[in-house]
Design a binder for this molecule. Structure first.
Ligand SMILES: [Zn+2]
Length: 68
């Protein structure tokens, strides 16, 4: 069963069956694939910006109090 999925970069629907799409699947295009690669490589070497508090999951700060 084939169902369209969204390009993680630009949110355009991506059809896996599209001819030639296998090269950059699951992205809609080679360009979006490169954008994603850049994001990952940047994330590896540099933290661009810290998460803002409202992006953090609700963690119990005492959860690893007895971890060590
Ligand atoms: Zn795209």
């Amino acid at each position: 069963m084939i169902r369209p999925r969204e390009c993680p970069i630009c949110r355009k629907p991506v059809l896996p069956a599209t001819e030639g799409a296998a090269d950059h699947f699951p992205f809609c295009s080679e360009r979006c694939r490169q954008v994603d690669l850049l994001r990952w490589s940047k994330g590896k070497y540099a933290i661009v910006e810290p998460l803002s508090p409202d992006q953090l999951p609700e963690n119990d700060e005492t959860q690893d109090a007895d971890d060590e």
